[in-house]
Design a protein around this ligand. Structure first.
Ligand code: MN
Length: 211
């Protein structure tokens, strides 16, 4: 167990006390690390959470693991918003591998696309740079997350940084969406993510297109 300041790495699931802490949060930042981009092929390796106080948990998911009951309680809690960058991916991974229906959500990528029409840079790095003035190190993004028991300090600190800025980004994006009159549209778009995920997992492509 790695236990740095304000950071806890654990195996298989959250402990009940930590779950309770996240259950009381109005909003929680969420990210996952996987072996790749195809849920049916690539397993889920790590799930990271962060609350408003900056307390980060990283849950190491074991090969073949099918459930994480405490994590499920936290992510399905209707009283807290799960803030995710490109939620479509993480929601699919969590549903496919652990049977968790993450909701309600706030996707910082959708929010950025609706609010920041002055740029085409909607990656997490560009967003954190623009709104928080922080240079995010993404060098561990494409690293081997499969060796969960022996993740390097660099990987764990990368994993933690991927959730540390999301709640602040949400606040700023809400302000921008509100200013531009697109907050309600954003909420409606977040509600569509669950349907997109259902379609993705069945391999449907572009059913909203003409041909
Ligand atoms: Mn990440």
């Amino acid at each position: 167990m790695v236990n740095l300041e304000n950071f806890l790495a654990c195996d298989r699931d959250l402990d009940p006390d930590t779950a309770q802490r996240y259950l009381q949060a109005e909003a929680i930042a969420l990210d996952t690390e996987t072996m790749g981009l195809v849920p049916q092929r690539d397993r889920l390796c790590l799930v990271q959470l962060c609350d408003a106080s900056g307390f980060v948990s990283a849950i190491r998911i074991q090969p073949g693991q099918l459930e994480a009951p405490q994590l499920k309680r936290v992510l399905e809690n209707s009283n807290s918003v799960k803030v995710i960058h490109f939620a479509r991916f993480d929601v699919a991974a969590l549903r496919y591998h652990l049977g968790i229906d993450t909701a309600p959500i706030f996707c910082t990528k959708i929010a950025s696309k609706l609010a920041r029409t002055y740029t085409s840079s909607h990656g997490l790095k560009g967003l954190v740079q623009d709104l928080e003035g922080v240079e995010l190190d993404k060098s561990a993004q494409s690293s081997d997350w499969g060796n969960a028991a022996n993740l390097s300090e660099q990987q764990l600190s990368y994993a933690a940084n991927d959730v540390r800025y999301l709640l602040g980004l949400r606040e700023k994006l809400i302000g921008m969406l509100d200013r531009e009159g697109r907050l309600e549209l954003a909420q409606q778009a977040f509600g569509c993510v669950s349907v997109m995920v259902s379609l993705d997992l069945l391999h449907y492509k572009n059913i909203f297109e003409h041909s």
